[in-house]
Ligand binder design. Structure first.
Ligand code: KIV
Ligand code: ZN
Length: 499
């Protein structure tokens, strides 16, 4: 008999904490609905006390989603718990996720407290949350570095106080897989209430590249919930990736672990999250990277042609990658585009589809084949529609042995402004021209250009970080002209602080 593993997705909470990955409520609902179709059991929708935006997202996702449990994060503080309960009031199934740091560094430096006091606070927070909802999850922050004997006391105390799930986060991503597995085993063997009343959850960060290995060890030693994100996004090096865990237990049947994930939906949601959050998926990323199923060496290609089983452990179709998918070109109709959007998890109203189709035809005139990444960029292209500052035109001359010259025209709240500048390259000249119009102390901190797929006619995606007034602002641009994409990204960032 197989054991059911519950999938707790935290893309919209831990994943969204990544600087530059913030989504608006409409985008969060889009991701939440795709997570529901994917078959996750729990959606952690936000940290309601942290901002009005997070509160609203938890509230709206609670209304929009039908069967997954909606979870809201809190500290072990009554006010946080009250606000979370209010944000969850429309959820068909709501869960409060409260907790506190349990490692000695957290107890000493973060709380200036003692182990005994922390247990008291853990019990009080669980009991308080229990007054609002039946389903209460407790996290022992930095459990990875918490001594097992003390951790077992905390876990047992919160289960007695009513916790239904106890989360054992490796917050700093420090544990070795054996060590993390042994921690879960120790708790399974030493805590009363883990057979029947409550389950343990894993929550592993990837600082040492071991999040998936640690989570797997956690499950093999008794944890029955995993906290994961799409594409493994999350604080610093990220969280455990959902797609890896789902495919590990689907591939290794001998583990006798089943999830409710419809794996054929993985590829679509991976691309959706990457595009909405402006977070490129690394080409060699397991399961969803562009090269994950690309066999390039002669020996491998020869083997795969003879029999795919020689080098392929997963059929790409199982994760929703269809090699025979219709190629989109300038001759493709609306129906083909609509179908591709559907595969990528995006449904849209007819007028939005008409607009995306119009942009699609313009792009298809510039490049031969339209890839899934292009489609995702096109689907999100209206994100700059409400910008206060818009690019009206850009002209650049550059070459070898000459200084680049750029002139830029901006529309700021309906009024046109123009400026020109020279620079040591076309991007430098264009940004200097832009700065001659927007005269603020802005510093470009990070600048990444990425071609979406291949070919000199490809769309270039640009990610930028601009520092202004002590804060970092993130911008994104996509265009077949990489100078234009760079200027669009800079303007996208500026729009976040010039209102
Ligand atoms: O990494 C962590 O410890 C967390 C908790 C807040 C659950 O994200
Ligand atoms: Zn975390």
């Amino acid at each position: 008999m197989s054991d059911r593993l519950f999938i707790f997705d935290t893309t919209l909470r831990d994943g969204e904490q990544v600087p530059g990955c913030q989504l608006n409520t409409v985008e969060k609902i889009q991701v939440a609905k795709a997570l529901e179709t994917l078959g996750v059991d729990v959606i952690e929708a936000g940290f309601p006390i942290s901002s009005p935006g997070d509160f609203k997202s938890v509230e709206e996702i609670s209304k929009a989603v039908t069967w997954p449990t909606i979870c809201a994060l809190t500290r072990a503080v009554e006010k946080d718990i009250d606000v979370a309960a209010e944000a969850l009031r429309y959820a068909k199934r709501g869960r409060i996720h409260t907790g506190i740091g349990t490692s000695d560094p957290h107890i000493r430096y973060k709380f200036n407290s003692t182990r005994e006091e922390i247990i008291e606070r853990a019990i009080a927070a669980t009991r308080y949350a229990k007054k609002h909802v039946e389903d209460v999850e407790f996290y022992c922050e930095d459990a990875g570095r918490t001594e097992n004997e003390y951790l077992a006391r905390v876990v047992e105390a919160v289960i007695k106080a009513g916790a239904t799930v106890v989360n054992i986060p490796d917050t700093t991503g420090y544990c070795l897989p054996d060590e993390y597995g042994a921690k879960i085993k120790y708790l399974m063997e030493h805590v009363d209430g883990l057979n029947g009343k409550a389950i343990l959850s894993t929550h592993c960060h990837n600082d040492l590249g071991m999040a998936t290995a640690n989570t797997t060890q956690g499950v093999l030693n008794g944890a029955r919930q995993v906290e994961v994100t799409i594409n493994g996004i999350g604080e610093r090096a990220g969280n455990t990736s959902l797609e890896e865990i789902a495919m590990i237990f689907k591939s290794h049947k001998e583990c006798n672990i089943v999830t409710n994930i419809n794996t054929t939906k993985i590829y679509g949601i991976s691309r959706m999250v990457s595009s909405l959050m402006n977070m490129p998926v690394q080409p060699n990323k397991a399961i969803v990277g562009r090269n994950a199923f690309a066999h390039s060496s002669g020996i491998h290609q020869d083997g795969v042609l003879k029999n795919v089983q020689t080098y392929e452990i997963i059929d790409p179709k199982e994760v929703g990658i269809d090699d025979n998918a219709i190629v989109l070109t300038a001759r493709s109709g609306r129906a083909a585009l609509k179908h591709r959007l559907h595969v990528l998890g995006i449904e849209m109203e007819q007028d939005k589809l008409d607009k995306v189709y119009e942009d699609f035809l313009k792009l298809a005139d510039k490049k031969k084949e339209i890839t899934d990444d292009d489609v995702m960029v096109l689907a999100g292209a209206d994100r700059s529609q409400n910008h206060h500052i818009k690019l009206e035109y850009l002209q650049v001359t550059s070459g070898v042995g000459v200084r680049s010259v750029a002139s830029v025209g901006l529309n700021i709240a309906g009024e046109r402004f123009e400026a020109a500048a020279t620079g040591n390259g076309p991007v430098d000249a264009a940004i200097k021209a832009l700065k001659n119009i927007i005269r603020r102390q802005m510093v470009l901190k990070e600048f990444t250009i990425q071609a979406i797929s291949k070919g000199s006619d490809d769309v270039g995606k640009v990610h930028m970080q601009v520092e202004y007034d002590g804060h970092l602002y993130y911008g994104f641009g996509a265009n077949t002209d990489i100078i234009a994409a760079s200027v669009e990204a800079y303007i996208d960032a500026i729009n976040k602080f010039v209102k």
